[in-house]
Design a protein around this ligand. Structure first.
Ligand SMILES: CC(C)(COP(=O)(O)OP(=O)(O)OC[C@H]1O[C@@H](n2cnc3c(N)ncnc32)[C@H](O)[C@@H]1OP(=O)(O)O)[C@@H](O)C(=O)NCCC(=O)NCCS
Length: 159
């Protein structure tokens, strides 16, 4: 049921954006960029009759950024976002990432609870992070050990 998204999914992904987000929706151009960019990836939950969820990722060196996760209202609280987030972890590890990062509105209690349940920790608040004025938590989860140089105890920065 989970598969890589393709350019043919654009109309369904736009429908998902409308169903799931009030603010800051990805527009067609953003989605097309994500679907075509080798530094990005998108995975969808496909019921066979439409998409019920999606997750979008950006790879920056050893960091995998989760830029969006969404599940249609009718399919919520059935573990779908959890499965999509686990897929992100699997793909991030396969691409050599050491950490998953994301930002979430401090008002989005459902998403915050989802991320906490999955072991994400808050790295602090980003005031007025969103264009509509809401603050965000920066959150992260380590998925692989940092690389240590020989005879040194400090981890290498992986910015
Ligand atoms: C946040 C969202 C992705 C969760 O999707 P989901 O498929 O319902 O999540 P899951 O079923 O995997 O939930 C896993 C856990 O997260 C927490 N959780 C999820 N939704 C919750 C809610 N509305 N209230 C409180 N906790 C919630 C719970 O701990 C839940 O476990 P439980 O159902 O056993 O109690 C979904 O509500 C959504 O699409 N929201 C709109 C888009 C959005 O805000 N995305 C995140 C920011 S990009």
């Amino acid at each position: 049921m989970l598969r890589s998204a393709a350019i043919r999914d654009l109309p369904e992904l736009l429908r998902l954006e409308e169903l799931c987000f009030q603010e800051g929706r990805f527009r067609r151009g953003h989605l097309r960029w994500i679907l075509r960019n080798p530094s990005a990836a998108a995975f969808v939950a496909d019921t066979g009759h439409g998409l019920s969820g999606a997750i979008m990722l950006l790879f920056e060196s050893r960091v995998c950024r989760i830029i969006s996760v969404a599940v249609v209202p009718a399919a919520r609280r059935q573990g779908l976002a959890t499965n999509l987030m686990r897929e992100a972890e699997r793909v991030g590890l396969a691409r050599g990432c050491a950490v998953l990062r994301l930002e979430v509105s401090t008002a989005n209690l459902a998403a915050i609870e989802l991320y906490r349940t999955l072991g994400y920790k808050s790295d602090g608040v980003l005031p007025r992070y969103y264009s509509w004025g809401e603050d965000a938590y920066a959150m992260s989860k380590a998925i692989a050990p940092s690389v240590l140089p020989p005879n040194r105890e400090e981890p290498i920065s992986i910015s």
